[in-house]
Design a protein around this ligand. Structure first.
Ligand SMILES: C[S@@+](CC[C@H](N)C(=O)[O-])C[C@H]1O[C@@H](n2cnc3c(N)ncnc32)[C@H](O)[C@@H]1O
Length: 354
């Protein structure tokens, strides 16, 4: 089977896939720690950005969060926002994670709990508001192409001698076309032996989630690169990565269903999909620049006591240092707003790199 089909099964096969099997994934006792799981600094900075957008919107607004994980971001945003949304909608395909999110949000005051709802698909009716997706695009299935001396091939998965193995097949037409479009943007030909990922689902996903957004912004946070860096000839073995109990490794056939499988996001492709959906690219920044522009460091300075200051300083370091999440994570802002100036993009907007 093509790799994207395998990845979709390993992550989402009913009852068995990584995101749907009910096993614990997030935080120190799980497999990986996302920014909202680090503590409340990420959500506090994001709340400032959303408050600013809400002011421009000037009317009751909705937040739509696809892929809410443990629900930590939803909880901390609802607590931290000055201008509370009238609805906080969570688009979550995993029933097991919905239950985790319900448990997390049950600690909120009842007025805040009352505005939360769960969806299987983006709302049919249009809305004004903000769509926020943290580390969701990296979980979308990817296809893998490989350049061989016989031409372009697609990496597929087969059952070998009692174990899963790679097999190189002629690429499906969709992948072939996506690869041809990709090479038109690259300055150098990719060498024989090079393989990497293309998410055929990413453009459609962005268009689907943003379609009902009549007025507002989409904020996508993830690990990724602009296309010119993603497909550098030197990055010859792609970006696919697996996580199990805080160990990273690169063989996606080890313990399918028990380990996370993800790939870095091509932010140029994401920005173009946004534009095709009628959105403007309102900003692109590293997570560090985005959080610092929104004053994430001030929370540390304003800490009430020495113990909190040390805890927040550690959290801030993990969010912004280049060797941690600061540089590899990026924030892409797409907007459907006449005047969308975002404070989070004021430190160093890198839209020109897309
Ligand atoms: C790596 S987790 C990130 C969780 C959370 N946003 C965070 O930052 O902690 C990926 C999440 O995306 C969800 N997801 C995967 N595919 C999705 C899709 N097509 N639409 C919406 N959510 C999806 C998963 O079920 C999971 O909740």
């Amino acid at each position: 089977m093509p790799f994207d089909r395998y990845m979709a099964m390993a992550l989402y096969e009913p009852g068995l896939g990584y995101y749907v099997n009910g096993l614990h994934k997030f935080g120190l006792s799980g497999d990986f720690v996302t920014a909202p799981e680090e503590g409340s600094l990420f959500a506090a900075a994001l709340a400032r950005q959303i408050d600013e957008i809400a002011e421009v919107l000037g009317e009751p607004y909705t937040i739509l969060e696809p892929g809410a994980g443990s629900g930590a971001l939803a909880r901390d945003l609802l607590l931290g926002l000055k201008d509370k949304p009238s609805r906080y909608l969570i688009l979550e395909p995993s029933a097991a994670l919905r239950q985790v999110q319900r448990d997390t949000l049950s600690t909120l005051p009842s007025a805040l709990q009352a505005c939360v709802g769960w969806l299987d698909a983006p709302p049919e009716e249009s809305f004004t508001g903000v769509i926020i997706a943290n580390e969701v695009a990296d979980a979308l299935p990817v296809s893998i192409f490989e350049i061989t001396d016989k031409g372009l091939r697609e990496r597929c998965v087969k059952l070998g001698n009692q174990r899963l193995e790679w097999s190189l097949e002629l690429p499906r037409p969709r992948l072939k076309q996506a690869f041809e479009e990709l090479t038109q943007h690259l300055n150098e030909a990719l060498p024989v032996g090079y393989f990497s990922e293309i998410s055929l689902d990413l453009p459609g996903w962005i268009e689907t989630i943003s379609r009902p957004l009549q007025k507002g912004a989409v904020l996508l946070v993830d690990y990724g690169y602009p296309r010119s860096e993603y497909y550098l000839p030197a990055r010859a073995t792609g970006t696919l990565i697996c996580h199990f109990r805080h160990r990273a490794y690169f063989d996606p056939f080890v313990w399918p269903g028990l380990t996370d499988i993800s790939a870095w996001v091509d932010f140029s492709a994401a920005a173009e999909a946004g534009q095709r959906a009628g959105l403007d690219v309102a900003g692109f920044a590293t997570q560090a620049d985005f959080l610092l522009a929104l004053g994430a460091h001030q929370c540390v300075e304003q800490a009430e006591d020495e113990q909190s200051r040390l805890r927040l300083a550690g959290e801030l370091k993990r969010l912004i240092l280049p060797g941690e999440m600061g540089e590899k994570f990026k924030m892409l802002a797409l907007s459907r707003l006449a005047d969308c100036r975002l404070s989070g993009m004021s430190e160093r907007d890198q839209r020109l790199r897309l």
